[in-house]
Design a protein around this ligand. Structure first.
Ligand code: CO8
Length: 379
């Protein structure tokens, strides 16, 4: 909306709201039972083929559910992920004039957000593709999504791992606050199956694929039933405990092919211990700054990485053990969907709140990074 005509700025308030959200869920599901059966077949074959090596250990459904709370995940390419000879997503490479797979699922989520808000593409000024990995460096995925939707204005990609969506929401909110845009789509296509090492027993169960979209707009244009953004706060602290060394200077080569550090690796225990207090502190400080009593929060839509982490964070924020109504879980059926997790929770579990209810969308993960978005339902 640069150099906007006066007619386009009439009625604008500079106050950002969430007008609507969208969700694309892949049709294919992998249960823990299917995942572990495939993994253990791989282990049997590996151990039989490498009698001289330290034998690999089996994975277990019981461990996965107890350690993480995950029971299943949606994926874009089930057959090849479960094939013990492949154990990675596979799809035919698309030509440059076809929509990229990340853009395709991002467009599906974005279209739903636009429909729910009653918006046409020409009402939107900007598209941010905020996700933990991009399919290619350029042209930006966001520009492809913008083009596919028929949106004018501008678009760009941003990556803050699991916190990409909340960092995207703050960026969009800042455009609204500054008057540089009236309506911004934050799209998070997370094909995490492509950067997960499905042969790594410690992490093969963690992630799932999905896409979400959040339409951030000026309050002056917002449809009925929107969410006022009361405040956003971001924090980053460098840590090697969640890392992926894949990159254009660091590609897998014939020599390094399959080396684990070109995919997701983590020190899960350290992440758990270090991130819980960091996030609780961020939330409590931001609540104090906004004059919100934490125990008055009607609902927490937390990042979906680990059920135990969410229990602890919710307890520290609310002052008591949260129930499913206060801190809903989508991790059990979606797995960790990186930056999309808290947005899925918000999308699926916010329609029942009433005008005046205050809640918190919060993400955290690699970087480390954390982002909080306090929202209040407006009738
Ligand atoms: N089956 C059976 N046993 C297992 C398995 C398995 N699959 N895996 C490990 N074990 C065993 C271990 O060998 C260990 O045995 P022993 O005690 O004999 O040594 C025992 O179980 C305990 O292992 P851990 O200590 O590793 O288990 P934890 O209880 O710590 O649980 C978790 C592991 C679930 C990973 C837990 O630590 C956790 O959830 N931590 C938080 C992680 C987190 O939040 N990470 C955020 C990452 S997401 C992010 O930032 C986005 C990145 C970008 C997206 C990437 C997309 C791919």
């Amino acid at each position: 909306m640069q150099d906007a005509q006066p007619s386009l700025t009439a009625g604008l308030t500079g106050r950002p709201v969430i007008s609507a959200t969208g969700l694309f869920t892949p049709a294919e599901i992998i249960t823990n039972e299917e995942l572990v059966a495939s993994f253990n077949t791989f282990v049997d074959r590996y151990n039989a083929a490498h009698p001289e090596a330290e034998p690999l250990a089996y994975s277990s459904v019981k461990f996965i559910e107890k350690a993480s709370g995950i029971k299943a995940r949606h994926v874009m390419s089930k057959t090849s992920i479960l094939d013990p000879e492949i154990m990675a997503p596979r799809w035919p490479e698309r030509a440059n004039d076809e929509l990229s797979i990340m853009a395709e699922i991002g467009v599906a989520a974005a279209q739903q957000a636009l429909d729910r808000a009653g918006r046409r593409p020409q009402d939107v000024d900007a598209v941010l593709c905020a996700a933990s990995n991009m399919q290619r460096p350029y042209p930006a995925m966001a520009i492809e999504i913008q083009q596919a939707l028929g949106i004018e204005g501008f678009a760009f990609d941003m990556n803050v791992a699991c916190s990409s969506a909340t960092f995207g929401i703050q960026t969009a909110a800042d455009y609204i606050r500054a008057g540089n845009a009236r309506s911004v789509l934050v799209v998070s296509p997370e094909i995490t199956s492509g950067h997960l090492n499905w042969r790594d027993r410690d992490s093969h169960f963690i992630f799932g694929d999905v896409a979400t979209a959040v339409l951030v707009e000026d309050a002056g244009l917002a449809p009925a039933g929107h969410w006022e953004i009361l405040g956003t706060r971001l924090k980053t602290v460098f840590s090697n405990n969640i890392r992926n060394n894949f990159g254009f200077l660091n590609r897998a080569t014939p020599e390094t092919q399959g080396t684990p550090d070109k995919l997701f690796v983590q020190e899960g225990r350290k992440v758990f211990k270090e991130v819980v207090p960091m996030v609780a502190q961020l939330i409590l400080e931001e609540a104090a700054r906004l004059g919100i009593a934490p125990e008055s929060l009607r609902r927490l839509w937390l990042h979906q990485a680990n059920a135990g982490m969410n229990r602890l964070i919710a307890q520290k924020v609310l002052g008591h053990e949260a129930n499913e109504d206060e801190s809903p879980t989508v991790l059990d059926t979606y797995g960790n969907t990186s930056s999309a997790g808290s947005i899925i929770a918000f999308h699926l579990h916010s329609d029942d709140l009433v005008a005046g209810d205050t809640g918190l969308i919060c993400s955290f993960g690699a970087g480390y990074s954390a982002g909080s978005v306090f929202v209040r339902k407006v009738g």
